[in-house]
Design a protein around this ligand. Structure first.
Ligand SMILES: *Cc1c(COP(=O)(O)O)cnc(C)c1O
Length: 233
């Protein structure tokens, strides 16, 4: 059985307290880190709970799963894709998602541009960078980020908001932290190289959001700490 709304509210309060504590520890402004609830592998109620509690967006990692939930959730809710994207799904994604955080190939950029143009909209995106150099993770490598950004900046219907990364799974929190620091340095370097502003750093999940906030995260993507584990789904 999926958790009740009241339980979700208790979890949300805890997550918010953890974010505030990390902001304060890092000497950052209260409210400078946004919370993206990750509803993947949970019923559509997870997305409804998020909206009801005042959150504006949810993250999903599979296109098909997200599409099947969209019609049953509030129409004003925004959907962000945080998982792998094949270019054959780019049409639906360009039509229905608010932002794609997992852009890591020029081919996907071209497909998203084409379909965003066709649907007459601007699609926001984050470039996913494998800043922890983890063989199990997708994302451009740190050197590949420049050509990828160059390609994305040429597209009139795409707007690059920043970068996203997933830290390697490791018991030692220093591993995640150095991955997040590498993403921040990569962002700083790209801003200088291309004279653009890349304000968004999407990094940190349930297990490593403290480290991410220390290193400048502007958005943590949280599933388990809000909705419990995903095994029943
Ligand atoms: C599942 C997922 C999350 C959330 O992970 P939790 O550990 O459940 O908080 C965050 N980001 C991405 C890309 C994910 O796929």
């Amino acid at each position: 059985m999926f958790i009740r709304y009241e339980t979700y509210r208790v979890n949300l309060e805890r997550v918010r307290e953890a974010i505030e504590a990390a902001e304060s520890k890092a000497g950052r402004e209260p409210g400078s880190v946004a919370l993206l609830p990750v509803t993947k592998n949970h019923p559509v109620d997870a997305a409804r709970y998020a909206f009801r509690s005042g959150l504006k967006s949810v993250g999903e990692n599979r296109v098909q799963e997200a599409l099947s939930k969209m019609d049953d959730a509030d129409a004003a809710l925004r959907w962000e894709l945080i998982g792998p994207l094949q270019s054959n799904k780019a049409k639906k994604v360009a039509e229905r998602f608010y932002r794609v955080q997992s852009v890591d190939r020029a081919k996907v950029i071209a497909a998203l541009q084409r379909h965003a143009l066709e649907s007459g909209r601007t699609l926001r995106l984050l470039l996913q960078v494998n800043a922890g150099d983890d063989p199990n993770k997708s994302g451009a490598d740190l050197e590949g980020a420049s050509p990828l950004l160059e390609c994305a900046l040429e597209q009139p219907n795409l707007q690059v908001d920043g970068l996203m990364t997933i830290a390697p799974l490791d018991d030692n929190p220093a591993v995640a932290r150095s991955c997040f620091a590498a993403l921040r340095r990569c962002r700083d370097r790209l801003e200088t190289e291309f004279c653009v502003s890349l304000p968004e750093l999407s990094m940190g999940m349930s297990g490593d959001m403290g480290e991410a906030i220390q290193e400048g995260s502007t958005m943590v993507r949280v599933g388990t700490a809000l909705y419990g584990d995903r095994e029943y789904a």
